[in-house]
Design a protein around this ligand. Structure first.
Ligand SMILES: Nc1ncnc2c1ncn2[C@@H]1O[C@H](COP(=O)(O)OP(=O)(O)OP(=O)(O)O)[C@@H](O)[C@H]1O
Ligand SMILES: [Mg+2]
Length: 363
């Protein structure tokens, strides 16, 4: 075989990382392959500078290359530690949670806002990013439509100071676009705007950073998972059939091999309607238990069922989220929802490895 980087890389695929069933190419440990005649050099990326695997892996690489290309090959390997190479993204943020839905208008933003407030009510440090370029609605739901976050120079870098209300720090794409402009933003502009909110926002220490995504699957979803390591996703749906078909699509996107973000659970919203004057009555306007049954079928946790309640809609429109009033029936319901989310998140963090940022693939 010719000594070219592609062939070297194929050869090195035979070397598994000690104690793992993954090979060193798959783990993206091999970088900067250079060839000069029979001199082959490359860097090997390890997690730690004194990683015990450095020697066995380097020796295995040399042996494998000489076996394939001849004993007269000179193999020069430079071990590097990844800790030095890429500092963690948002080091102060413990959990990043994507709030998604298959279909529009199912109450994603309403759930994101009320969950954020309910988590903050429990003493957590909470941030919220409105990534819905097609219809940023978080500023309105917080009654901060006319706010303009300011920039602050921190360590020589311009950082955006999030708006803080009801114990939640938040930023929205809507703050940086003229009203109605966001609708016509082209993909790359929107993607850059989201990256900027995530990376330049001065989030500080957070227990949870929720991200309210646009409906369906979009470039924005991809940008998010490529920018930060998303801990988990929450999918919102109504009990209705059309909404449910889209849930399956949303779940498979997060579960796909390339994205690989665990789905923490499903929230069924608009589960029933109870008129104030008939508090015992439940009207299943969009069907009964659709989201609950789907969660069971897909083996996903149901985080809760949220009824259609006038005060939830009024709260969203007036800038006073229903969860702010902790004592009210809806306040208690969102509190329960927040607690179930924490339970599922803790389970996730025990049973699954931390998510990795999705690598941008160049074509
Ligand atoms: N449980 C509820 N009870 C009453 N009204 C609700 C409830 N959930 C959502 N709404 C209302 O339904 C409308 C749509 O909700 P919301 O904007 O949160 O949906 P969305 O999924 O974010 O929509 P989009 O796809 O446009 O981003 C809003 O007017 C909101 O106030
Ligand atoms: Mg929305």
């Amino acid at each position: 075989m010719a000594i070219v980087p592609k062939n070297i890389s194929d050869t090195l695929q035979r070397i598994l990382y000690p104690g793992s069933d993954k090979n060193i190419i798959e783990l993206e440990m091999v970088q900067e392959i250079r060839i000069a005649g029979k001199r082959i050099s490359f860097s090997l990326i390890f997690q730690k500078e004194d990683d015990p695997a450095i020697r066995p892996v380097s020796e295995a690489c040399t042996d494998e290359i000489r076996r394939e290309y001849g004993n007269d090959c000179e193999v020069a390997i430079t071990p590097k530690s990844s800790a030095r190479m890429a500092p963690p993204v948002l080091p102060g943020v413990k959990n990043i949670i994507a709030i998604a839905s298959g279909k529009g208008g199912v109450g994603k933003s309403t759930m994101a806002v009320n969950l954020a407030v309910a988590l903050a009510n429990r003493g957590a440090k909470v941030g919220l990013v409105d990534a819905d370029i097609f219809g940023p609605s978080i500023p309105k739901m917080f009654g901060e439509e006319d706010s303009h976050p300011y920039f602050e120079k921190i360590d020589g870098r311009d950082r955006i100071v999030p708006i803080e209300k009801f114990g939640v720090k938040f930023l929205s794409i809507g703050f940086f676009a003229k009203k109605d402009d966001a609708l016509i933003w082209r993909g790359p502009v929107a993607s850059n705007a989201l990256k900027q909110l995530m990376m330049d926002g001065n989030w500080g220490e957070l227990d949870f950073l929720l991200v309210d995504l646009p409906p369906g699957t979009s470039d924005i979803h991809l940008t998010l998972v490529q920018t930060v390591a998303v801990t988990g996703a929450v999918i919102i749906t109504t009990p209705q059939d059309v909404a449910l078909a889209d849930v399956v699509k949303g779940v498979s996107m997060f579960n796909s091999k390339s994205i690989n973000v665990p789905v923490l659970g499903i929230i069924e919203n608009m589960s029933w309607f109870t008129p104030e004057e008939l508090p015992e009555n439940k009207y299943y306007i969009f069907g009964k238990d659709g989201g609950k049954d789907l969660a069971a079928k897909m083996d996903l946790p149901l985080l809760g069922q949220v009824p259609l309640v006038m005060s939830i809609r009024e709260g969203a429109d007036s800038g006073l989220p229903a969860a702010v009033n902790e004592e009210s029936a809806t306040g208690i319901a969102f509190g329960d929802l927040a607690e179930e989310l924490i339970v599922q998140l803790e389970r996730r963090n025990i049973y699954f490895k931390p998510t990795e940022k999705v690598k941008v693939r160049r074509r």
